[in-house]
Ligand binder design. Structure first.
Ligand code: UDP
Length: 418
C-alpha cells in the first residue's frame, strides 16, 4: 500500500549561484549536527500538483545534506478513495459539501489499512503530507505492537488553505491532527484553534535548478509556442494550474472575454495537468475544451498534449501576464515559478497568493474577474510596468522562496528550533 518514489539526485552545490555559499555551508553544518537522521515523507501522489513538485527537490537535497531521507506514496487504494479525499480537500477549503457516512467509512477504512502496511523504519522523523493519509497515525493503535513502525517524531504537513474550512469536515479531522507531535502549515493564518500541538510555519519553495525554472533560449521558446498554435507576435496571457474549481478556470476565461473586446489579438493559454489524486479535473478540462472550441484564441492544453515541465516553463516565460486567479490557495507554486521568471503575475485574493505577492509591488492581487481584466489591461498597456513588477517578483522569490531556504527550515524544525 506504499511505494517508494525514485528520483534524480540533486546537489546543494548546484544551488550555490542562487542561494550563496554561506547558505549552503549553513545547511551542511546544521545537517551534520543532526547526524544521519532517518526522515520519511509520505503523500498521496508522485505526479501532478505542488506537493509532488516540492518533494522531488526537497527530498534529494535533504539526502545531499547528509540526511537519510525517503519519500513514499500511498499505492493500490481504490479510486473512490481519491473522490472522497478530493471532497475533504474541497470542504477544508470551504466548499459546502459535507461527506456522508459511507465516505467517512471509506476514508477511515483505507487509513486503517495504510496503518497496517506502514513502512516499518525505524524513522527519526515521519512527515505526513495533507489529509489523505492523515488518519494513519490514529489507527496505528489497532496494529499489533510487533508490527508497528518505529518512529521517534510524527509531523503533519498541511499544504491546504485552512482559513475557512467547513466545520463538519474539520471537526472530524482535527482530532487526528492532535495525535501528531507537531503540525507544519504554510502560514500561521491556517493554524486553527483546535490544533493543540506545536505548529511550525514553513513556506513552500521553487527549485531554480529544475527544468521548470531554467531559462529557455528565446528562439526555442518561440518555436515551442508556435508548435502549440500560439502566435508569438500577439499578446498572450497564461494560467498554469490543475483543472480545479479553486483555481477559478472559468473566471480566467471570463476575464479574457472582457479583455478580448479591447484586445482582439489577445490569446489565452490554460495549461494544466491531471494529477493522479484529482479525479475532479477531467470534467473541468472537458468543459474548458468546449469553451475553447468556440474561440480559436483560447488554448486549453494538458499533459495529454505533450505539456511537460519544460513546456510549462516555456508558457510562463512567454506570457505577457501570468494569471493565478485562485479563490483559495495554500501556496501557489505556479505563482512562485512565474515570479522567478520575472513575469508580472495577477493573482486571486487567496491567502496563499497574498503570502507571495505584495499587491502593486511585485504583482497584483485581484478580487473579481473585472479587476483581473483591469490589471491585465494595465500591464498590456504599459510593458514597463510589467517589467518592473517582474523584476521585483524575482527578487522576492530569491529572498524568500528558494528550495534551499525550505530545506533550511525543515532542518531547523528537526533540530527543535522552529
Ligand atoms: N504543473 C505542471 N504542469 C501543469 C500544471 C501544473 O507541471 O500542467 C505544476 C506547476 O508548475 C506547479 C505545480 O504543478 O509546480 C502546481 O503547484 P501549485 O502549488 O501551484 O498548485 P497545486 O496543484 O498544488 O494546488
Amino acid at each position: 500500500m506504499f511505494r517508494k518514489v525514485e528520483f534524480m539526485e540533486k546537489l546543494l552545490n548546484d544551488h550555490m549561484p542562487y542561494a550563496g555559499e554561506d547558505r549552503i555551508a549553513e545547511i551542511r553544518r546544521l545537517a551534520e549536527s543532526l547526524g544521519n537522521l532517518r526522515v520519511l515523507h509520505v503523500n498521496s501522489t508522485s505526479y501532478g500538483g505542488g506537493v509532488a513538485e516540492l518533494l522531488y527537490t526537497i527530498v534529494p537535497l535533504m539526502r545531499d545534506a547528509g540526511l537519510d531521507a525517503e519519500w513514499h506514496v500511498i499505492d493500490g487504494v481504490p479510486d473512490e478513495f481519491f473522490d472522497v479525499t478530493k471532497k475533504i480537500h474541497n470542504s477544508l477549503q470551504g466548499a459546502q459539501t459535507p461527506l456522508g457516512d459511507r465516505e467517512w467509512c471509506l476514508y477511515e477504512d483505507v487509513n486503517m489499512k495504510l496503518a497496517k502496511a506502514f513502512p516499518r523504519g525505524p524513522w527519526d522523523v515521519v512527515i505526513i503530507h495533507d489529509p489523505q493519509p492523515l488518519a494513519v497515525l490514529a489507527f496505528l493503535d489497532s496494529v499489533p505492537e510487533s508490527e508497528r513502525p518505529v518512529v521517534d517524531r510524527w509531523f503533519w504537513r498541511c499544504h491546504i488553505d485552512l482559513s475557512t474550512p467547513l466545520d463538519d469536515t474539520w471537526h472530524r479531522l482535527w482530532p487526528y491532527v492532535n495525535e501528531y507531535d507537531g503540525a507544519i502549515v504554510t502560514s500561521r493564518a491556517y493554524a486553527r484553534d483546535e490544533i493543540a500541538i506545536p505548529v511550525a510555519e514553513i513556506t513552500p519553495s521553487t527549485d531554480p535548478t529544475s527544468p521548470k525554472n531554467l531559462p529557455i533560449p528565446e528562439d526555442e521558446a518561440r518555436q515551442m509556442m508556435v508548435s502549440f498554435g500560439i502566435a508569438t507576435d500577439r499578446p498572450l496571457i497564461v494560467q498554469v494550474s490543475r483543472f480545479d474549481p479553486w483555481k477559478d478556470p472559468f473566471g480566467v476565461v471570463e476575464s479574457y472575454r472582457i479583455l478580448k473586446k479591447k484586445w482582439p489579438d489577445l490569446q489565452l493559454a490554460m495549461v494544466g495537468s491531471i494529477a493522479a489524486d484529482d479525479p475532479e479535473g477531467i470534467g473541468i478540462l472537458a468543459k474548458l475544451k468546449e469553451d475553447a472550441e468556440e474561440d480559436g484564441d483560447i488554448h486549453v492544453l494538458s499533459n495529454e498534449d505533450g505539456v511537460g515541465a519544460r513546456e510549462v516553463a516555456g508558457f510562463q516565460q512567454c506570457a505577457d501576464v501570468v494569471i493565478q486567479k485562485s479563490t483559495r490557495e495554500g501556496f501557489g507554486l505556479t505563482i512562485t515559478e512565474a515570479m522567478w521568471k520575472g513575469r508580472p503575475v495577477v493573482a486571486g485574493n487567496a491567502t496563499g497568493c497574498k503570502l507571495q505577492i505584495s499587491d502593486g509591488e511585485d504583482g497584483f492581487i485581484v478580487k473579481t474577474t473585472e479587476q483581473c481584466a483591469a490589471r491585465i489591461d494595465e500591464i498590456l498597456e504599459d510593458p514597463d510596468l510589467g517589467a518592473r513588477l517582474g523584476e521585483k517578483a524575482r527578487e522576492t522569490v530569491r529572498r524568500r522562496f528558494l528550495s534551499t531556504q525550505h530545506v533550511m527550515n525543515y532542518l531547523n524544525l528537526f533540530a527543535g528550533r522552529l
